[in-house]
Design a protein around this ligand. Structure first.
Ligand SMILES: [Mn+2]
Length: 131
């Protein structure tokens, strides 16, 4: 069964909902880490071992995804290094222009993420690493 692991915040939950809709997933497992933790806890590790396919969404845990042994789609807009695990497809969505005015994003809890995206060092790092 496909396993979706997403960030616990607004854009993480929304990412999971969009993926489920886009792929027409009817059967899947959906998990998130405890709030504030950027790692796979024992519960998530056990689920990853039994998954046939893994989706990691908006959850900046490249160190965890490097170790998985299952085909994985990793979609995250945060700054992270290139993932070298051949089972992982790393996708870095970057907004073209301003997709959501920051004042509208603030009540959704997305403000810090959006501000981070606009930092030049973040864009430079991703360009340099080819992601
Ligand atoms: Mn997020």
């Amino acid at each position: 069964m496909p396993l979706i692991i997403h960030h616990w915040d607004t854009d993480g939950i929304t990412s999971a909902a969009l993926l489920i809709r886009a792929l027409n997933l009817e059967e899947f497992t959906n998990m998130t880490a405890p709030i504030g933790e950027f790692r796979f806890d024992e519960r998530i590790r056990a689920a990853v071992k039994n998954a046939e396919r893994l989706y990691v969404l908006d959850f900046n845990v490249p160190h965890e995804v490097e170790k998985v042994k299952v085909p994985t789609l990793f979609v995250d807009h945060h700054t992270q290094p290139k993932i070298n695990n051949p089972l992982v497809e790393q996708v870095k969505p970057l907004p073209q222009g301003r997709v959501l005015p920051l004042e509208l994003a603030r009540p959704l809890g997305a403000l810090r993420d959006m501000e981070r995206l606009e930092r030049p060092w973040s864009r430079r790092r991703h360009r340099r690493e080819g992601i």
